[in-house]
Ligand binder design. Structure first.
Ligand code: AMP
Ligand code: DBH
Length: 556
């Protein structure tokens, strides 16, 4: 499978982004080398559980050794490697090793299970899969064994931390055999090494289709988003970023996240869990200055902060995003945590908006920020793609120097998700204020945003439909005071089928090996679905019913 399958920017745009100084011809491998040369002894990554405190020189050396080990195992430029790690230091060792080779990490989340992992491996034609032995009570080696049995093209499973069982440990890979090519390209020297305009990795989309889509990001475009984010969020070499959300997610990876912090020469502290009991002691001990949370976690932190014995005074900035943060909660961040709130409205496909540190408080608490770049193009359109009157609500379309022009190997989705002139259809409903800030007013895509975790309704529907007793299923969001939204499934049983309990549907979906956050929180059995005028299922009415507005009477 060729990586040419990623649509890219037309030359006139690429030239413009280079001329503007957005794309500066850096690679991730080169970036780490430069930092290690400039300040070898500064601490880059702290992993408090393992007790690691790796300097820039150490991370750089480890990435080189591991890259040599990967090359010796025939992992080559352009190969895909599914990286499925919790918040451990080895996450950075692995991805920088892959960046150096030009192999592409595919960023799975710790919550993903067999169904998602098998799909990522199969769809990307991955040659290797990297796990930790165990995390949060789950054994990833068993998942790896099942995946390997089903995906013959997967040549390697590497275990980054813990007992490797029957697989190869990452430490062994890093012990490259003598004579192995240790000299890996870290710069676009004209050889075979990765070049700045080429793909660096595949990020995942929350999506709205039956299976997740893969997002091809280049060194040039992603590094620009890091540099822009650092400037807006005040991240520099003195910053200490607490990575509390799953490290591979686009928000904690890049907004400004761990990679932004490493770009700046700062320090990344990995938090094994995002709850206050894990995070607050680390904030105190490591003098954390900045972190990012999804709204439900921000609520937890706000509630826990006043009673904590831990000193949180080093915290300057809290970024909150991934889902809409309510104005009331936003107002409580400053008083409770003693830091500045930055709302962030971003997407793994590209565009990221931030409120600015010096925005008036009213702007910070009532908007989701404005774009990173002066070259981010924002269009707000009606259902016919006509621009709405400024200030009115409509569909957000965007194009720019770090927003993809198409998903990886998905021509049909691309025809729907991008306009002919290359704008990405975000699926978000927004309005733009007179100051150019965006306010997220809703969503047109068939997706549930469960506290920042995105769930494509169609994906869950397909799993429920696989149950032999199910005739039809529709999945919608139902409001939840804590998560914002939860997953509600409406199910019609087959005539004559044995009656099912809600619990049995949930168990069925779980046993199909799906991430826990996608399993319906509520299952309702109905005789029929409400219909629109032309006889389609009315998700609007189902959502209203789930919200408790209009009960669905049997037979409606
Ligand atoms: P993904 O495309 O999976 O990376 O998810 C990005 C989506 O998350 C956006 O298109 C929005 O729907 C949602 N999102 C992210 N940040 C915010 C925010 N601050 N407020 C509202 N929605 C958000
Ligand atoms: O939800 C997201 O995907 C997201 C949120 C905030 C994101 O990708 C980002 C910032 O970069």
């Amino acid at each position: 499978m060729s990586t040419d399958a990623a649509p890219t920017w037309p030359a006139e745009f690429a030239d413009r982004y280079r001329a503007a100084g957005h794309w500066r011809g850096e690679t991730f491998g080169g970036m780490l080398r430069r930092r290690a040369e400039a300040h070898p002894d500064r601490i880059a990554v702290v992993d408090p559980v393992a007790g690691h405190r790796w300097s820039y020189a150490e991370l750089d050396r480890r990435a080189d050794r591991l890259a040599a080990g990967f090359l010796a195992r025939d992992i080559a430029k352009g190969d895909r490697v599914v990286v499925h790690l919790p918040n451990v230091a080895e996450f950075f060792e692995v991805i920088f090793a892959l960046f150096r080779i030009g192999a592409l990490p595919v960023f799975a989340l710790p919550a993903h299970r067999e169904t998602e992992i098998r799909y990522f491996c199969e769809f990307t034609g991955a040659v290797a899969y990297v796990i930790s032995a165990e995390h949060a009570g789950y054994d990833y080696r068993e998942l790896a064994a099942r995946t390997r049995a089903e995906v013959p093209a997967l040549r390697h499973v590497f275990v980054a931390t813990g007992d490797p069982g029957g697989f190869e440990s990452l430490a062994d890979v890093a012990e490259a055999p003598a004579g192995a090519p240790a000299d890996v390209a870290e710069e676009p020297a004209g050889g075979d090494g990765p070049r700045p305009h080429e793909l660096a990795f595949l990020q995942l989309s929350g999506g709205s289709t039956g299976v997740p889509k893969l997002i091809p990001r280049t060194h040039d475009d992603y590094i620009y988003s890091l540099r822009g984010s650092n400037e807006i969020c005040g991240v520099d070499e003195n910053s200490v970023y607490l990575c509390a959300l799953p490290a591979a997610h686009n928000f904690p990876l890049s907004s400004p996240g761990s990679l932004g912090t490493l770009y700046a020469g700062g320090r990344v502290v990995l938090c094994p869990r995002p709850s206050p009991d894990a995070a607050f002691p680390l904030i105190e001990r490591e003098r954390v200055t900045v972190t990012g949370l999804v709204p439900p976690l921000a609520l937890l932190w706000i509630a826990a902060a006043p009673g904590t014995a831990h000193d949180l005074s080093s915290l300057d900035v809290l970024l909150v995003g991934g889902a809409k943060f309510s104005e009331e909660a936003a107002r409580r961040v400053g008083p409770a945590l003693g830091c500045t709130l930055q709302q962030v409205f971003g997407m793994a496909e590209g565009l990221v908006n931030y409120t600015r540190l010096d925005d008036p408080v009213e702007t910070i608490v009532t908007t989701q920020g404005r774009p990173i770049s002066p070259d981010d193009e924002i269009l707000v359109v009606d259902d016919e793609d006509h621009e709405v009157v400024p200030g009115m609500t409509g569909h957000l379309l965007t194009r720019g120097p770090y927003t993809i022009r198409g998903y990886w190997n998905a021509p049909e989705h691309n025809a729907r998700s991008f306009t002919d002139d290359g704008f990405y259809r975000t699926g978000d409903i927004v309005r733009v204020t007179t100051t150019g800030h965006l306010v997220v007013e809703g969503r047109a895509k068939d997706q549930i945003n469960r506290g920042g975790e995105k769930i494509a309704a169609e994906e869950v529907e397909n799993h429920i439909l696989a149950h032999p007793s199910v005739h039809d299923a529709n999945v919608v969001a139902e409001p939840d005071p804590y998560l914002g939204e939860r997953v509600c499934a409406y199910v019609i049983l087959r005539p004559g089928a044995d009656p099912l309990k809600a619990l049995a549907v949930k168990r069925f979906v779980r046993e199909r090996g799906l991430a826990a956050y996608k399993i319906p929180d509520r299952v309702e059995f109905v005789d029929a679905f409400p219909q629109t005028g032309v006889g389609k299922v009315s998700k609007k009415d189902l959502r209203a019913a789930a919200a408790g507005g209009t009960p669905l009477s049997p037979g409606t």
